[in-house]
Design a protein around this ligand. Structure first.
Ligand code: ASP
Ligand code: MG
Length: 267
């Protein structure tokens, strides 16, 4: 039996229909004999909407209050996803940052996860439940609600994979993997089956926004294999791991990404 982190990004939980679809994927994974911890983002557009609201209130909205506000998006999606899981007969439960707790250090809106208490979650998944953890959220040593930077749910997923020592960390998103270039701009772009952390970082520094770069960096440091998968198709995703696992005899160029004024080819 494998222990897995399944992370669902904003578009994957962007509507009620999509939340129900994500719940079905989770159910399938659990029925496959896996022990599941889910990390969830806010519904697509929610965080931006909350930022706009804070700006409409004040140009000087404090970072502390901004974190209270922005992390609410993940509270909503966690509860809705648990509800959807319960509805299809899956035992599931969510915990917020402060209940777990997910301890962070650093300043508001830009904190880092330094520890996650494993007790309640491990007990619940051992008893056959699906544990749902909000991405992006944290709590400081002083008890303030914090967030870990835009796109931070990826970092939460990697931290959970590391701290819970899971067998895999699967990032469900709206593309079915990492492409050799932007498939919307270059129609012949090919999906990459396997890519090293370094190559992934190169591609994302040049604009391929599949995963948050700092989360990929953390995965690289701790050698946590990642898999980017589509929430909307059953196609095989892209595996991201250490260079030693990739057979370079079989391939020449992994990908071409570009920034406006320069081009770079990665071998
Ligand atoms: N909801 C947060 C954001 O939009 C975190 C995330 O989705 O990864 O940045
Ligand atoms: Mg994201």
């Amino acid at each position: 039996m494998a222990k897995k982190v399944l992370k669902f990004g904003g578009t994957s939980v962007g509507s009620i229909e999509r939340i129900i679809n994500a719940a079905k994927i989770i159910k399938r994974e659990q029925e496959g004999g896996n022990s599941i911890i889910v990390v969830v983002s806010a519904m697509a557009g929610k965080t931006n909407e909350l930022i706009d609201q804070s700006k409409a209130i004040s140009k000087n909205f404090t970072r502390r209050e901004l974190d209270v506000l922005l992390t609410s998006g993940e509270q909503v999606s966690s509860a809705l996803l648990c509800g959807a899981l319960n509805e299809i007969g899956v035992k599931a439960k969510s915990w917020m940052n402060w209940q777990i707790p997910i301890i962070t250090e650093g300043e508001n809106t830009n904190s880092r996860i330094i520890n996650i208490n494993k007790e309640k979650i491990n007990k619940f998944i051992l008893d056959g439940g699906v544990a749902v953890i909000p991405g992006f959220q944290g709590i400081s040593i002083n008890g303030d609600i914090t967030s870990i930077g835009r796109g931070g749910s990826d970092a939460t997923a990697v931290a959970v994979a590391k701290i819970f020592n899971t067998d895999s960390c699967e990032i469900y998103t709206d593309v079915d993997g990492v492409y050799s270039s932007d498939p919307n701009k270059i129609p012949v772009a090919k999906k990459i089956d396997k890519i090293s952390y370094e190559e992934m970082l190169e591609l994302s520094s040049l604009g391929a926004k599949v995963m948050q770069s700092s989360a990929v960096q953390t995965a690289m440091i701790h050698d946590i294999p990642l898999e980017v998968k589509s929430t909307f198709t059953n196609r095989k995703g892209t595996k991201i791991f250490g260079q030693e696992n990739i057979d370079y005899n079989k391939k020449v160029i992994t990908g071409v990404a570009y920034s406006k004024d320069e081009a770079k080819i990665i071998f």
